[in-house]
Design a protein around this ligand. Structure first.
Ligand SMILES: O=C1O[C@H](COP(=O)(O)O)[C@@H](O)[C@H](O)[C@H]1O
Length: 266
């Protein structure tokens, strides 16, 4: 199905012929990880992002996935969230609720969205507290090499500037190593106030999927994946490197256009 599958030190690259094939491959991948986690741990702890990702996950609401996935075992989190009301059009929670969560039988108490009635700083602290409680009860695993939560799957998009979650190029939040969740009030992409998982949490996950489509992201994909030597800019996406987990890139052909050594026939 994929045009090309490559394994290198930047993870597994799956380059799909078109968006329809990417949606199917992504749904299969998530359904398989859900089944494996439920078999092993009894639950599936998954962190979503916002942006184009939710639409690309859309096949999960259709047959066979809507019937075969064990939705009751899912615990849902957000790798990043904008500090706006939950019913605001900028809310990553609203995007996921409208596009996915309201269409499948998720248990409402398993949906862990941020507190939208406090400041960005308080929302980050509050979210970390919520995750800490779920780590204590092992609904979320814990990394054996750090005290970080170990999500079964973290799904990330990437902006044309190489940002992931709400970790932007050259932002001090990239250096946050002591907290699981941090906040920013100066996002270069609106809205300005956001909370985000930190790199140690992202890199502690069992599985991280980078889901990136469209030609506007081709240059950032090249910079994030190819071996471009010592002057390589510190692109946030390049810093995703699960320590003991598995990284998979889902790309369509336009996003993969500038990758070294790949040639597609029409
Ligand atoms: O602002 C954000 O942008 C990124 C990328 O979004 P995309 O629409 O270019 O896929 C997204 O992953 C993140 O969750 C969101 O807050």
């Amino acid at each position: 199905m994929s045009v090309c599958e490559v394994n290198n030190d930047r993870g597994e690259l799956r380059i799909l012929e078109n968006l329809d094939e990417l949606r199917t491959d992504l749904a299969d991948y998530i359904a398989e990880l859900s089944e494996a986690a439920v078999k092993e741990r009894g639950v599936f702890a998954i962190a979503l992002s916002g942006g184009s990702l939710i639409d690309l996950m859309g096949k999960l609401c259709e047959a066979p996935y809507n019937k075969t996935v064990d939705w009751g075992k899912w615990y849902i989190f957000w790798a990043d969230e904008r500090v706006v009301a939950k019913n605001h059009s900028d809310s990553n929670y609203k995007l996921a609720k409208d596009g996915l969560l309201s269409k499948v039988p998720i248990v409402p108490s398993h949906v862990h969205s941020i507190n939208d009635s406090v400041s960005a700083e308080e929302a980050a602290d509050d979210y970390m507290f919520v995750i800490r409680q779920l780590v204590k009860t092992r609904m979320v695993s814990v990394s054996d090499i750090s005290d970080c939560p170990k999500f079964d799957l973290i799904l990330l998009g990437m902006g044309p500037d190489g940002h992931i979650a709400s970790l932007f190029p050259n932002h001090s939040a990239l250096d946050e190593a002591g907290e699981w969740v941090t906040f920013i009030i100066d996002s270069p992409k609106p809205p300005p106030e956001r909370i985000t998982f930190t790199l140690p949490v992202i890199n502690s996950a069992s599985n991280v999927a980078m889901v990136v489509t469209g030609e506007s992201k081709a240059e950032a994909v090249h910079l994030a994946i190819d071996n471009i030597g010592p002057d390589c800019p510190s692109l946030p996406a390049r810093l995703v490197h699960p320590t003991k987990g598995k990284l998979v890139w889902f790309l369509d052909k336009p996003a993969a256009l500038k990758l070294d050594g790949l040639q597609f026939s029409d």
